[in-house]
Design a protein around this ligand. Structure first.
Ligand code: APR
Length: 231
């Protein structure tokens, strides 16, 4: 089966009711990103950071995968599909996608603030001040904050290098290093689904599909299915 790698961002979850980051005047759910999603924020106001992510977790738990998430599951019938997501929600997994790698962490996990290798599944439960890891350190959200390294980045590059098809969905590609991944996809047919598509993809070898994720994914999947049946 042909290898497809799919890079998703907040836009794929927009039609499930989860807000994107950069479509709302630089605020994320009424907060400046630097007040809730940086190591500095965690140091200066951990209560606010925990409360913010507890709310994001609750919100994500009430959302449902939309037709774009579900269509990507269908694609697995025809292709070897790997999804690399910048999203911290679990809508790809809940839709049924079998290979999902989270670049920026996961809301349903907590990790030790003293030992990053201690990661715990917390499902939809809150993290509170005083919740400790097995070594006695405060638990924090398992999220890659601004200013932190992206530990998964080197392990996902090979997926782009060997992919025959690359699909980018609902991301402004404004956050490094995730935005640099597409540069490794030199040999692939590349598609970009985003209603504001064209500006960030100028000069790149991508076919732009300037629609929402639900509409764009449906359209592209028909095209890919037809191509795979005729080849
Ligand atoms: N369908 C598809 N795309 C959409 C839709 C939709 N219905 N609605 C909005 N979009 C697009 C926007 O046009 C934009 O290009 O989704 C993109 C969202 O971009 P961002 O808000 O920048 O989100 P993302 O690219 O995922 O952000 C990357 O930045 O804040 C950090 O770590 C966080 O993972 C996040 C990273």
């Amino acid at each position: 089966m042909k290898k497809i790698v799919i890079l998703t961002g907040a836009g794929i979850s927009a039609e499930s009711g989860l807000k994107t980051f950069r479509d709302s005047n630089g605020l994320w759910e009424n907060h400046k990103i630097e007040d809730v999603a940086t190591p500095y924020a965690w140091k200066s106001n951990p209560e606010l950071v925990l409360d913010f992510y507890n709310k994001r977790r609750l919100q994500a738990s009430k959302a449902f995968p939309n037709k774009a998430h579900l269509s990507l599951v269908e694609l697995e019938k025809y292709f070897d599909v790997t999804i690399i997501t910048q999203n911290v929600d679990d809508l790809h997994e809940r839709a049924g996608s079998t290979k999902v790698i989270h670049l920026h962490g996961e809301l349903i996990k907590a990790r030790s603030s003293g030992n990053p290798s201690l990661i715990y599944n917390i499902d939809n439960n809150k993290i509170e001040i005083g919740d400790l890891c097995d070594e006695g350190h405060q638990l924090r959200p398992h999220i890659v904050w601004f200013g932190e390294e992206v530990p998964m980045i080197t392990s996902v590059i090979p997926f782009f290098q060997v992919a025959e098809i690359v699909i980018v969905i609902g991301t402004s590609l404004s956050v490094y290093p995730a935005s640099g991944l597409i540069d490794y996809a030199s040999g692939a047919d590349c598609y970009y689904i985003d209603p504001n598509g064209s500006k960030s993809m100028a000069n790149k070898n991508f076919k732009i599909i300037p629609h929402s994720a639900v509409k764009g994914v449906k359209e592209l999947i028909e095209e890919l299915k037809n191509k795979s049946m005729n080849s």
